[in-house]
Design a protein around this ligand. Structure first.
Ligand code: PLP
Length: 287
């Protein structure tokens, strides 16, 4: 079955799906995106992703390309047409196509929208989670507006590529004070050596992850010891457990930071439990 993408009003074969060379997403990274998990034929946490998309658009003064209901319809349709039961759906909105010029184009330029979906293997994800991943630490070098989910991901690309070349899956950014901010495409967490779950406040130089928000709900529901505060690389290396969260990985245990083994080198019980419970705390939109 060939894949289908939605591009500016049309469902097209994925191999032919294209935007104009003067799309401002291509020219200036002038756009935003969302990635949602598809789980057992449902789009997970659509309302939260839509709220964040709306905020990202507002912060950059880009209009919604069409109504929220219409975008929701397209998301369903793309997931359905690609027969994705488990996987990801990707939504990208840019300021649109206009003659290359840094200034915003005039009001009659419509934002561009692209929606794609692809299947992933739940078995492969569980296999990865049963082993855990390693991360490297990497100096924070992104612009301060990382709270906006823009497609300007070059620093993240470079950090994650370095991680890969050093045999790791993720890079944890570290600020000038030696505190971990977040991963290249994930939020960062530890269980301190005293058994307290820690993650950096969303106001402090990170993206407000939707998966992070679900895990916060789970922590409250399960009554786990938790503090929302920044932690240092040293604290993370001495932690009982570490893990990352994102719609693409859910709760993924971290078993090594640089050359330091975390805990006993195996996925921790807290991360494993939060992963098991994850979909008991999410919202579902049936496709
Ligand atoms: N932080 C960054 C920089 C990300 O790119 C992502 C996801 O892409 C996340 C955190 C996790 O966000 P979410 O849980 O909404 O996927």
């Amino acid at each position: 079955m060939s894949r289908i993408a939605y591009v500016n009003g049309q469902y097209v074969p994925h191999k032919d799906a294209a935007v104009h060379v003067e799309d401002r997403g291509y020219q200036f990274a002038d756009g935003v995106y969302e990635v949602c998990e598809v789980w057992q034929g449902n789009v997970v946490d659509m309302p939260r992703h839509f709220d964040r998309l709306g905020r990202s658009l507002r912060e950059l003064r880009i209009d919604w390309p069409m109504s929220r209901a219409a975008v929701e319809f397209v998301i369903r349709e793309v997931v359905r047409r690609n027969r994705v039961r488990n996987g990801m759906v990707y939504i990208q909105v840019t300021r649109g196509v206009a003659r290359r010029d840094h200034f915003f184009p005039t009001d009659d330029v419509a934002p561009s929208i692209v929606v794609t979906a692809r299947s992933t293997s739940p078995a492969a994800a569980e296999e990865a989670a049963s082993k855990g991943i390693s991360v490297i630490t990497y100096p924070e070098n992104r612009w301060p507006r990382v709270d906006i989910k823009t497609v300007a991901l070059l620093p993240n690309v470079l950090a994650k590529q370095e991680a890969r070349e050093r045999g790791s899956k993720e890079a944890w950014y570290v600020d000038v004070n030696g505190m971990v901010t977040e991963g290249g495409s994930t939020n960062a967490w530890i269980v301190s050596k005293d058994g307290v779950l820690l993650t950096r406040p969303a106001e402090g130089g990170i993206l407000r992850g939707i998966t992070r928000a679900v895990v916060l709900d789970l922590i409250a529901r399960e009554g786990l010891a938790f503090e929302e505060r920044a932690f240092s690389v040293d604290e993370a290396k001495q932690a009982r457990e570490a893990f990352v969260t994102a719609a693409s990985t859910l709760v993924m245990p971290v078993v090594r930071i640089d050359d330091t083994v975390v805990g006993n080198g195996h996925p921790g019980s807290t991360a494993t439990r939060l992963r098991e419970l994850f979909h008991t705390a999410t919202d579902f939109m049936a496709v």
